[in-house]
Design a protein around this ligand. Sequence first.
Ligand code: SF4
Length: 365
Amino acid sequence: MPAHGFEAEVPLALTDEVRAKTDHLYDRVANLIPRLEWDLHAPTIARINDLKVEKNAVILAHNYMTPDIFYAVGDFRGDSLQLAKEAAATDAQVIVQAGVHFMAETSKILSPEKTVLIPSMEAGCSLASSITGADVRLLKQRYPGVPVVTYVNTTADVKAETDICCTSSNAVQVVEHICAEWGTDQVILIPDQYLARNVAAMTDKKVITWAGACEVHERFTAEDIREIRAGNPGVVVLAHPECPPEVLAEADFAGSTSAMSGYVKTEQPKNVVLITECSMSDNVALENPGVEFVRPCNLCPHMKRITLENILHALETMTHEVHVDPVIAEKARLAVQRMVDLPLSGPATNFRPHADRDVIAIEHR
Ligand code: SF4
């Protein structure tokens, strides 16, 4: 039994056939993964790609997946919402979520007729686990008549209690839209207190939030950014809005993973640092060979539970299937769909906060 605990159903060996099936994929990651290391992965990659065809399956690979997963077996790549939309649009009957559990739930919510698999049931998220549907019901009692906007990084039962969902790309626009629709200047934006504070600083709406945080992004500090700049003169700093506002204040640009990726592609800075999860820099770097990346980053332990080996195991055994109660799924789908249907236009938000604006309350259990 190999160290990772999974025994493949067919023997895996680096044969000429495997090389023929995988050499073109190696070209995508050759700047990052040594050939010797690739040769260890190639048999698993070839077997996964064969199984996708046999089982009419696709793999949705989040931006935080390691490059071997992202570029060699991922059929669709992007942030959680892009992936869920791809899940709904694909003709494939089986979806393997190379990401965390709430993402698999969102795929199931948008594609209830499809089989959605997550390779590790331990791939959770500190934001998603910070709040429950019961917590949202209590918040609504505390603030009657105030619309609830929920970040997509939440479980289905939280989404089901929500008026509309948002992502880090569209949170400011969603908040302003729902306040206009409800004729109010107050909004509940949960569960990420830092995203909420960063949104509050971009709008004149009164934002109430929840004491949740992404354990990866909340660890970055303003001092980290100043040290990076001191050690790398001229570096362009891009930060994710799940970071504390003090970090965003030190950055040149702040936006979602897709916005950061788009910035690098368009602007082609000479030297850049992405203040986010480590694999994001690797994946963006491979697509922008002319840009030099400074690489201090934080790993997401949940994302890193997804490996080539457990993706193979998921496809061989059709585990672990993700189920969402149909009543909850239908309510949650409405909240996601309302966001998807919004006529949001213009470029993704660059969070440039007004220092004098902040949330009016951070609630907790
Ligand atoms: S990076 Fe943060 S928000 Fe994303 S899955 Fe990990 S803990 Fe959750």
